[in-house]
Design a protein around this ligand. Structure first.
Ligand code: SF4
Length: 518
């Protein structure tokens, strides 16, 4: 491991001169300051709070998001940190958005480009394939996750590859790619730091942009001490990042093959555009002689000029930064190397035919809807028990398995903030509501919930009955013993006090004071 020293500081030697130099936690390496997005986090107490784990998933049974969320909330340090960290991203996004007068026009344009592409997808897919082949790229098609995994394995086998470095890709998560590769004896090394942390901890990413955002740095220290031998008591982020870099670099340099995902696939030129902040996609694509890019078919955009629209929106929406550090264009193999593209459907064509839900395919995976969602921020991404979490997960996951993810569309307050921040104008909260109706129609909602909702609907649509019920409930609540209201059967009462019933409802006050008609 490289020695980390603290030589005298000078402004010109700092990588980040905008930060105050008197920060006692500043670590300098070879005279240059190391910094990190999480550099300001500090241990909250000497004995770290154990990391809450995600939802328990049992085959096809409905995932109990509320149970996993309750465990996350019961870990206050994690919950507070998670909430604050994501709200910070939301605020940064707002600042960037307000600095661009044409922001709303960009959103409309991005939405229109995506909708046009999706409604002409067959044409653009064929154009992309032809352009990529003309660039010397091998193009494969995969109908589902299993075919994707088999195809990649076949390519690796043909090249005798035993180790694969890869940059972050939600599509490969969706395909269960890492476990599949482990089952066929191929070692996968994630090159994105957050994703590598999750890989070493045997966990899925909890967020589409910041995969380990639910972890305190003490959690990371524990994972690294158990896997790469760091000091378990040292949770300094610079130390941890440097240790990971030192441990992973030799694996990257010796890898037989590299893999990337794709943010945007340009039909006109056959370009695979990948946006990262660590440059790890470039390592994955350029260090080994074999590059495989896995691309969901919804990633297509028609022309290179359209990329500018999305690049302006993506990083601002995701992290509140004007651009990702790297926007890499991969168009063909380097001299002496090979490039393969796997175009993956895995349920996308089916979703395209769902008239209420097809526009969810416009998603560019920026995570802004997750950062703004009060449920997501307080429950952690792993509580959803699915590849995609937060608001976008609520509308995508049931398209894969309506029974398994039947509880998810109910994990929302329907406040509409997700829709407001979405850079491609997906009507997320309306789709969440539409999924609730659809799941009731498919009988995937527990009987007790539908019966209660039906009764509430009846009551609310009959004002006289509603007022009588409220009056009776107020009278009863005032005299009920506590144990009747606050018991294990009443989930609502677990974290809340029922407010003291008012002596008079507003309606009856208005009638007696203003003489309004009922
Ligand atoms: S639904 Fe919209 S806000 Fe959410 S991740 Fe996708 S593009 Fe971003």
């Amino acid at each position: 491991m490289n020695t980390v020293t603290k030589p005298p500081r000078t402004d010109e030697r700092q990588l980040h001169p905008e930060h105050p130099t008197e920060d006692p936690h500043t670590i300098l390496h070879n005279g240059r300051r190391l910094d990190h997005a999480e550099g300001s986090s500090r241990p909250l107490k000497s004995r770290p709070e154990p990391q809450p784990r995600g939802a328990k998933v049992h085959g096809n049974r409905p995932v109990d998001q509320a149970e996993a969320a309750a465990r996350f909330i019961a870990s206050p340090e994690h919950e507070k940190m998670h909430d604050a960290r994501l709200w910070d991203l939301r605020q940064k996004r707002d600042r960037e958005m307000h600095a661009i007068p044409e922001w709303e026009d960009l959103r409309s344009l991005a939405s229109a480009i995506k909708e046009h592409t999706l409604t002409h997808l067959d044409h653009y897919l064929e154009q992309f394939e032809a352009s990529a082949q003309a660039n010397g790229v091998h193009v494969h098609w995969a109908a589902d996750a299993a075919e994707h995994n088999r195809t990649v394995h076949g390519i690796l086998k043909d090249h005798g590859a035993r180790t694969l470095i890869k940059s972050k890709s939600m599509l490969t998560e969706e395909c269960g790619f890492r476990p599949y590769m482990a089952s066929v004896g191929i070692e996968v090394i994630e090159t994105d730091l957050g994703e590598r942390i999750q890989e070493l901890d045997n966990e899925d990413p909890s967020h589409v942009v910041v995969p380990a955002v639910h972890k305190l740095r003490t959690d990371v220290a524990k994972v690294f001490s158990e896997t790469i031998g760091t000091d378990p008591d040292n949770s300094d982020v610079h130390y941890l990042a440097e240790a990971q870099r030192t441990a992973t670099r030799p694996l990257i340099l010796a890898a037989d093959a590299g893999m990337t995902g794709c943010n945007f696939a340009v039909a006109e030129t056959g370009t695979v555009a990948v946006c990262t902040n660590e440059g790890n996609a470039d390592l994955s694509a350029n260090v080994p002689k074999l590059h495989i890019a896995s691309i969901g078919i919804e990633k297509l955009i028609p022309r290179l000029e359209h990329l500018a629209v999305f690049v302006r929106l993506l990083s601002r929406s995701a992290l509140g930064s004007p651009l990702t550090q790297y926007t890499s264009h991969f168009r063909g193999p380097r001299k002496g190397a090979e490039m393969h593209i796997v175009l993956v459907d895995n349920g996308r064509s089916q979703r395209l035919a769902m008239h209420q839900f097809w526009t969810s395919l416009k998603c560019i995976r920026c995570g802004a809807c997750m950062n703004t969602c009060p449920v997501y921020r307080r429950s952690g991404g792993l509580s959803y028990g699915a590849t995609y979490s937060g608001p976008i997960g609520l509308i995508i996951d049931p398209t894969y398995n309506a029974r398994k993810f039947s509880a998810l569309p109910f994990s929302s307050t329907l406040n509409g903030s997700c829709t407001n921040v979405c850079p491609v104008k997906i009507n997320i909260h309306e789709q969440i509501y539409a999924w609730r109706r659809e799941l009731v129609r498919q009988h995937e909602v527990p009987f007790i919930k539908t019966a209660l909702m039906k009764a509430a609907g009846e009551l609310l649509s009959h004002p006289a009955a509603y007022r009588a019920a409220i009056g009776a409930a107020n009278a009863v609540l005032a005299h009920l013993p506590r144990f009747v209201i606050y018991n294990g059967l009443n989930a609502w009462g677990k974290h809340r006090e029922v407010p003291t019933p008012p002596k008079q409802t507003f309606h009856s006050w208005y009638r007696s004071n203003r003489g309004g008609a009922s």
